[in-house]
Design a protein around this ligand. Structure first.
Ligand SMILES: NC(=O)C1=CN([C@@H]2O[C@H](COP(=O)(O)OP(=O)(O)OC[C@H]3O[C@@H](n4cnc5c(N)ncnc54)[C@H](O)[C@@H]3O)[C@@H](O)[C@H]2O)C=CC1
Ligand SMILES: O=P(O)(O)OC[C@H]1O[C@](O)(CO)[C@@H](O)[C@@H]1O
Length: 385
């Protein structure tokens, strides 16, 4: 069984590649980072280390790599694969779509077997988004032939994998916890199951629970930690005032999730506490700049902050901590993160009110808009210099 995985980065090597290899897939990585591809081609193996007391090691062997810029090579790999997965970042999906489309054409022309394409990104409907990008490169006739042969099941992925600072450029340190949930209702018969994946009929409760708890809480810790001048999540989470606020934020999304999906509230509370412990993992060093990265994406209407806040509001809940997290996101600044610099420029140019509407799509007359603006005014004088 052959798997082609796009993105040989932290999640690619430390999570998806590891599970695929453990399930008997021979993994080929496609990446645009030539150095990384070179190392993988040369060694064909790498180590995954768990961030726990015993630093458990796993050796992933028999892997290969191709350069993602070589569309023809990528298309051939897609044509030969039994499974395609991605962990490149949701905004990069459009850039890998052409290679996948050319590969689909080749495999259909050869009368090949069905193919599953699973996007493992932090986004709602990631694989569906990828399908749209891929289909934009296919003729209508080819799209029709692809239906029933090529499936794009949506997925939720959860494992904290920070930026790596290991001597060995291929080694990756990951937290012990992981969760990979795939929408089985979007799959075709005969799929070679991946060990460790949880297959469900309805993904929405799982992806929203994950995105609105782990990701909402994590980025909030980053933005609130940034204001206080902390450089890592572990440093920020050592301060009880930040922990309390992060917990309140997750309680607000929790109230929404319990109301919307009927989750057991005691169980959800345990889920929140486990996540707070994961954020505090003393065996990891996770930079605030990584966890806060891409604030435009994180402030967008379908993502971890605005979507739960709006849904909560519409269900008659009145979030107050979520607007604070959003206000903190508007203050996050990292010169290496273009999105954060664009937000800072927009706020200076047009003021916070217009910037809130621009990035969150929350109209000025909505009560949440005023809450974010009020929190921003409070927080802006507290940013550690
Ligand atoms: N790191 C984490 O803790 C988690 C990350 N995720 C999601 O996984 C995805 C990847 O995140 P990370 O692994 O942290 O990022 P990363 O930056 O470590 O890895 C992304 C990789 O994609 C490669 N890439 C970029 N453009 C490409 C292209 N056109 N073709 C092929 N490869 C390309 C990059 O060179 C890089 O190696 C993101 O969507 C993220 O939200 C999800 C859960 C946890
Ligand atoms: O690219 P993003 O969305 O910041 O992804 C990283 C996030 O995903 C997580 O791994 C949670 O699964 C967190 O480490 C982090 O907040």
């Amino acid at each position: 069984m052959r798997a082609l995985h796009f993105g040989a980065g932290n999640i690619g090597r430390g999570f998806i590649g590891l599970l695929l290899s453990n399930s008997g897939y021979k993994v080929t990585f496609s990446d645009v980072n030539e150095t990384l591809v070179g190392h993988l081609q040369e060694r064909g193996a790498y180590t995954v280390r768990l961030a726990n007391e015993t630093q458990d090691e796993f050796h992933v062997e028999g892997v290969s790599a191709i350069l993602g810029k070589q569309i023809d090579v990528v298309a051939d790999a897609v044509a030969e694969a039994d499974l395609v997965t991605t962990a490149v970042g949701v905004n990069i999906l459009k850039h890998i779509a052409e290679g996948i489309a050319r590969g689909i054409e080749r495999r259909i022309e050869r009368g090949a077997q069905p193919l599953h394409v699973i996007a493992c990104e932090n986004a709602i409907g990631g694989s569906t988004q990828l399908k749209e990008h891929v289909y934009s490169h296919l003729s209508e006739a080819m799209q029709q032939r692809a239906e029933g042969l090529i499936a794009f099941p949506d997925a939720a992925v959860d494992r904290i994998v920070p930026l790596q600072h290991n001597e060995d450029p291929l080694e990756v340190t990951v937290e012990p916890f992981y969760e990979w949930v795939v929408d089985e209702s979007q799959m075709l018969p005969g799929f070679h199951r991946i060990e460790g994946v949880h297959y469900v009929d309805h993904l929405e409760p799982y992806i929203e629970r994950k995105l609105f708890t782990v990701n909402t809480g994590h980025c909030s810790a980053a933005y609130l930690g940034f204001i206080q001048g902390y450089s890592t999540i572990q440093e920020a989470m050592a301060h009880e005032d930040i922990v309390k606020q992060v917990e309140q934020i997750m309680n607000e999304t929790g109230a929404l999730l319990v109301k919307k999906y009927g989750f057991d509230s005691a169980e959800h509370e345990r889920y929140i506490h486990k996540i707070l412990d994961r954020f505090r993992n003393p065996y990891l060093t996770d930079e605030v700049t990584r966890v806060g990265r891409s604030p435009i994406r994180k402030l967008s209407s379908n993502d971890r902050l605005v979507r739960p806040a709006m849904q909560a509001f519409d269900l008659g809940l009145h979030p107050v901590y979520l607007p604070k997290a959003m206000a903190a996101a508007f203050l996050f600044r990292d010169e290496a993160d273009q999105e954060s610099m664009d937000i800072q420029a927009a706020v200076s140019r047009e003021g916070i009110d217009k910037a809130i509407t621009r990035y969150t799509s929350i109209p000025q007359e909505h009560p949440l808009h005023a809450s974010i603006a009020a929190e921003y005014e409070q927080l802006k004088n507290q940013v550690h210099s």
